[in-house]
Design a binder for this molecule. Structure first.
Ligand SMILES: Nc1ncnc2c1ncn2[C@@H]1O[C@H](COP(=O)(O)OP(=O)(O)OP(=O)(O)O)[C@@H](O)[C@H]1O
Ligand SMILES: [Mg+2]
Length: 312
């Protein structure tokens, strides 16, 4: 694990909205984690916990309130020349939740997909541009006849494939997929996840894959981070997180996943998480601590020792 290269280092990231006003929201509150090159990091947590804001701040859609994001060692939020900004915009791409709202309805699919190719001057000629579009359509399981159609002529799953093709058009290294399958029919979700997984392997891509429950990210993620109210409460390799969830919030998320076996499903107990159960003393430091190698939990010193003995 030690030799893996860090593509992103997120350090004490903060994103507050309406600072100083009564409606101040600490959407991302002192979050630190790394994303290794070539991995899929799943990010889960209930609605409003700050997943999208984390992704959007990493990709610079928002200025950070505090902390930093290093991409290949370079501060994403630092001062940059136009050329450097353009390079960043090319390396990092985003795939959105709503395939209906994220494609411009007035553009033909070819122009939707080629937008980045045009911005970054990646085609040598009109013909080269169209060939790239055709290839991308085929890469995502559509075909070249689709190039001249408009977004409304496609299903949700097809539109999400178009969104993926558009992201891939600029040959990115890092893709933030913000609930890319949540708006899709359950029967289509697996197809789109499989496609994303295949492309990630083939192209050596790095993903931050956002979802709100743990059942969706299990299959695609190498590691999983769990967020609760703006904080990262647990981060571990995917298997470890399912096998040995330590934070009570993670345990409650896992208990919410239905199990395929009807007998265990009938006896499945839903755990609820109550933050007051931690019973922290005033001023007791609660930190993101590494319980076993690669398994981090937001906890007090006392909890840390308990988690360590549980993990032996
Ligand atoms: N532009 C904004 N201005 C003010 N508050 C915001 C803004 N964007 C998000 N928030 C708030 O920040 C918090 C985190 O929102 P965010 O969209 O990141 O959550 P999420 O985990 O992505 O939720 P979901 O699963 O519903 O997509 C929420 O309380 C939200 O209301
Ligand atoms: Mg979101």
């Amino acid at each position: 694990m030690g030799e893996r290269k860090k593509l992103l280092e997120i350090r004490n990231l903060k994103q507050y909205f309406n600072v100083g006003k009564p409606n101040e929201v600490r959407a991302v509150d002192n979050v630190s984690f790394d994303i290794y090159k070539g991995e899929v990091l799943g990010l889960v947590g209930e609605s409003g916990c700050g997943k999208s804001t984390t992704g959007r701040t990493i990709i610079r859609l928002y200025d950070a309130t505090g902390g930093e994001v290093l991409y290949d060692g370079v501060n994403v939020h630092g001062k940059k020349t136009k050329k450097e900004l353009k390079q960043f915009n090319r390396k990092m791409q985003m795939i959105f939740q709503d395939p209906y709202a994220s494609l411009n309805p007035r553009l033909k699919i070819a122009d939707v997909i080629a937008e980045g190719i045009d911005i970054h001057g990646l085609a040598k000629s009109k013909e080269d541009r169209m060939n790239k579009v055709y290839e991308l359509l085929e890469t995502v399981g559509l075909n070249r006849e689709h190039a001249n159609r408009y977004p409304h002529e496609f299903s949700g799953g097809q539109r999400q494939r178009i969104g993926i093709a558009r992201a891939l058009a600029v040959d990115p290294e890092f893709i933030i997929a913000d609930e890319p399958i949540s708006a899709l029919d359950v029967s289509i979700q697996a197809q789109v996840v499989n496609l994303m997984k295949k492309l990630q392997k083939e192209k050596g891509l790095t993903y931050l894959f956002i979802a709100h429950d743990l059942s969706m990210v299990k299959y695609i993620s190498d590691r999983i981070g769990v967020m609760y109210f703006g904080k990262m409460v647990e981060l571990a390799p995917a298997e470890e997180l399912y096998r040995n969830p330590l934070h009570p919030y993670t345990q409650s998320l896992l208990s919410a996943i239905p199990v395929p076996d009807p007998i265990s499903e009938r006896t499945r107990k839903r755990k609820t998480y109550n933050p007051a159960d931690h019973n922290y003393e005033e001023n007791e430091p609660v930190e993101f601590r590494e319980v076993t190698p690669g398994h981090f939990v937001l906890c007090s010193e006392k909890e840390f020792r308990k988690y360590q003995s549980q993990s032996k």
